[in-house]
Ligand binder design. Structure first.
Ligand SMILES: [Mg+2]
Length: 265
């Protein structure tokens, strides 16, 4: 595993920015914002935020955050105004220009969610530092602040008990988190939906976690995927962390601005 060189990054971006309409979609936590203990305290690093704010104003260019967070939580941490698009809860919820799209919930879904909530709280109560995040279509068990033994035990127990007690849920593993959802969607669905919605000819996507691979896998030859960190990935480019993503975004913003301003003048 090696990180992409500056010339590889520049060459890939040079090709991408000529797209008629460009969608720039980004994971938030671990990609734009360093991981923190309290998710509501997470913020994009200033160098990245500066580029996001610039790109919101470019012609023929749309910016989207695609996250496992619920929309309300994304809004709380993003600070990007009304023009940004959101794909939240791993592709289950969306905020588009016309507002939020509601999550379909049957009586069966509601009952499953109640059982899941009770089970997750029972598990979280059994270990110091564990906590449950409420999501519109599921629950996430956070083990970042528990001991390593508790993290492993809670994760295994959660998976086994959910399989037995509430079969049919979607399970997702992330960094120090295991999450269960009553609907099946992933970040690949979010990219497809946002690509259709924006009419983009090309998509840029960057993410740092296993759930981001779903988005990377739906990218085509005109798109550009960037994986943050050193885990296996199908992404064309790879960088080390949030500071490096900010550098990539700065190049992307400079080149895209040049292309769209040459068109309108
Ligand atoms: Mg992430």
């Amino acid at each position: 595993m090696t990180y992409s060189t500056a010339s590889e990054i520049e060459a890939a971006i040079e090709q991408l920015v000529t797209a008629r309409t460009l969608l720039i979609a980004l994971d938030f936590d671990g990609t734009l914002a360093p991981e923190v203990d309290d998710p509501l305290e997470a913020r994009a690093i200033p160098a990245a935020q500066e580029q996001l704010l610039r790109m919101l104003d470019f012609a023929d260019t749309r910016l989207a955050l695609v996250s496992g967070r619920a929309i309300d939580s994304l809004e709380h941490v993003a600070h990007l105004g009304d023009r940004v698009l959101f794909g939240g809860s791993h592709g289950l919820e969306y905020r588009l220009d016309e507002g939020d799209s509601p999550l379909p919930m049957s009586a069966e879904n509601t009952a499953a969610l109640e059982r899941l909530d009770a089970l997750m709280h029972e598990l979280a109560d059994s270990a110091e530092g564990a906590w449950v995040e409420l999501k519109p279509a599921g629950r996430a068990l956070h083990v970042r602040m528990t001991s390593a033994e508790d993290a492993e035990r809670l994760t295994n127990e959660a998976v086994t008990r959910v399989e037995t007690d509430i079969p049919g849920l979607t399970t997702r593993f992330g960094k120090n988190i295991v999450e269960f959802a009553i609907h099946d969607a992933d970040k690949g669905d979010a990219i497809k939906r946002l690509r259709d919605y924006t009419g983009a000819d090309a998509v840029f996507f960057a993410g740092d976690d296993t759930t981001d691979e779903d988005a990377i896998l739906v990218l085509g030859p005109n798109d550009l995927g960037v994986r943050v960190g050193d885990a296996p990935s199908a992404a064309q480019l790879r960088v080390a962390g949030t500071a490096e993503i900010a550098q990539v975004l700065a190049i992307l913003a400079d080149r895209r601005e040049a292309v769209v301003s040459a068109r309108t003048n």
